[in-house]
Write a protein that binds this ligand. Structure first.
Ligand SMILES: Cc1cc2nc3c(=O)[nH]c(=O)nc-3n(C[C@H](O)[C@H](O)[C@H](O)COP(=O)(O)OP(=O)(O)OC[C@H]3O[C@@H](n4cnc5c(N)ncnc54)[C@H](O)[C@@H]3O)c2cc1C
Length: 384
């Protein structure tokens, strides 16, 4: 394959696209090579983007760089990058919120439901009497809108998209170029990596065309709600939580966090949540994702999901955590048969949240080879 780019970015998910945009901004000529398979995590992310814990080198810096860029994007009404008010609610006392001090307007609460209904106004399950939790504001990427916006931005910057199935032959084909590997789980078929993997399944439901739910601040509201374990529980007996986010394409009701791996055929195997399942649009979904969310939504904002049942779509996504107990996300330079390859994959359930910080690190690694300086500070609103 012949083209005029200096850099090939493998993969057109959130990691590839964010990295490609920053490289174009930094003055490189790039092409994204991707098969653009729909069935990849980027298309199932909700995607909240508040500081998450993730096994990654320089977590604080990567998180901060990402938050800074989200702040700029949130000023652009077309970007699909919004600010949501989120409630994380628990029926048992939770541990301290990870990175709570880094979340926007973070506030903890606890109290009898009857009292909280008048003050914090969190979602609550019928029968729950006492709740704990936090509320804060968070960046939120309305993924279908956000991804379209990023593709347009990349094209405006002169980036190219090449539809291609990438194989291990890519290293020979890339001779003379720099390669950035953002293939997610696809990396494992193209590059050597013996690190352990944890593939966490997420079952969710899309309720198309449901309205955006806003609160007193006139911004969209969302929740994560952890009931007692007898209502919804993981294979290990701990409570499983449900989410609610409203987006332009409808509501996302989620979603499981089922640890597992892939078998020889690439099929997910692991520890499914306990309890009954129901068929939603041809996909088996844990029943509490519907019944618990329905109860919470009725109590919270007066919506009944039953009227929307026929349009609902059940969906299943996989979050690939690379080496989650040790080196974590692979964000490093490797020389493969004389070709410089920067890896950027294995972000688990935080790939959107960490996307810009990881992309910036890729630019820094490329700059360290080419002798340029990082150009992230040059990313301004006028450039969108
Ligand atoms: C249910 C669910 C909910 C989530 N919610 C959130 C959230 O709220 N916040 C958050 O931050 N993160 C969330 N995540 C995680 C996030 O979606 C991922 O971390 C992120 O999307 C990973 O992006 P990626 O670009 O690295 O990989 P991917 O999304 O896997 O993209 C890989 C790209 O490479 C291409 N590709 C792969 N192999 C080949 C090949 N051989 N040839 C050509 N192309 C190839 C694919 O087509 C795709 O374009 C969620 C994930 C799931 C499953």
């Amino acid at each position: 394959m012949q083209d005029k780019s200096d850099i090939w970015i493998l993969g057109g998910g959130i990691s590839g696209l964010s990295t490609a945009i920053l490289l174009q901004q930094a003055g490189y000529k790039t092409s994204i090579l991707s098969d653009l398979n729909f069935d990849v995590p980027t298309n199932y992310a909700m995607a909240s983007a508040y500081p998450h814990n993730l096994q990654i080198q320089n977590l604080d810096q990567i998180s901060e760089d990402s938050q800074n860029l989200f702040a700029k994007l949130a000023q652009n009404a077309r970007s699909g990058l919004l600010i949501h008010r989120i409630y994380e609610v628990f029926e048992q006392e939770p541990e301290l919120a990870p990175l709570g001090d880094k979340r926007m307007q973070f506030q903890t609460f606890d109290g009898p439901v009857e009292k909280l209904k008048m003050t914090i106004k969190p979602p609550f399950r019928t029968g729950a009497t006492y709740l704990y939790g936090y509320t804060f504001k968070t960046y939120f990427a309305d993924m279908p809108v956000y991804m379209d916006f990023l593709w347009d931005w990349y094209e405006t910057l002169g980036g190219l998209l090449v539809h291609k199935k990438v194989t291990p032959e890519i290293i020979k084909e890339a001779s003379g170029k720099i390669v950035i590997n953002c293939l997610g789980l696809g990396s494992l078929k193209v590059f050597e990596d013996k690190s352990p993997l944890n593939v966490v399944r997420g079952k969710q439901v899309l309720v198309p065309k449901a309205p955006i739910i806003t609160g007193a601040e006139n911004i969209p509201m969302a929740y994560n709600y952890t009931p007692s374990a007898d209502v919804f529980s993981r294979a290990d007996g701990n409570p499983e939580y449900v989410h609610f986010f409203s987006r332009n394409d409808g509501w996302l009701l989620g979603q499981t966090r089922e640890p597992g791996s892939l078998d020889q055929a690439g099929k997910w195997v692991g520890d499914a949540v306990k309890g009954e399942e129901v068929m939603v649009g041809g996909v088996f979904i844990p029943e509490p994702i519907l019944s618990l969310n329905n109860d919470l939504l009725k109590n919270w904002v007066g919506y009944d999901l039953k009227s929307k049942q026929t349009q609902m779509q059940g969906r299943v996504g996989l979050r690939y955590y690379r080496d989650s107990q040790n080196s974590g996300v692979r964000l490093e330079l490797e020389n493969i048969d004389g070709v410089s390859c920067v890896h950027n994959y294995g972000h688990g359930g935080s790939g959107i949240t960490m996307s810009w910080g990881c992309a910036k690190r890729c630019v820094d690694l490329v700059n360290s080879m080419t002798g340029k300086f990082s150009n992230l500070s040059a990313v301004k609103n006028e450039n969108f």
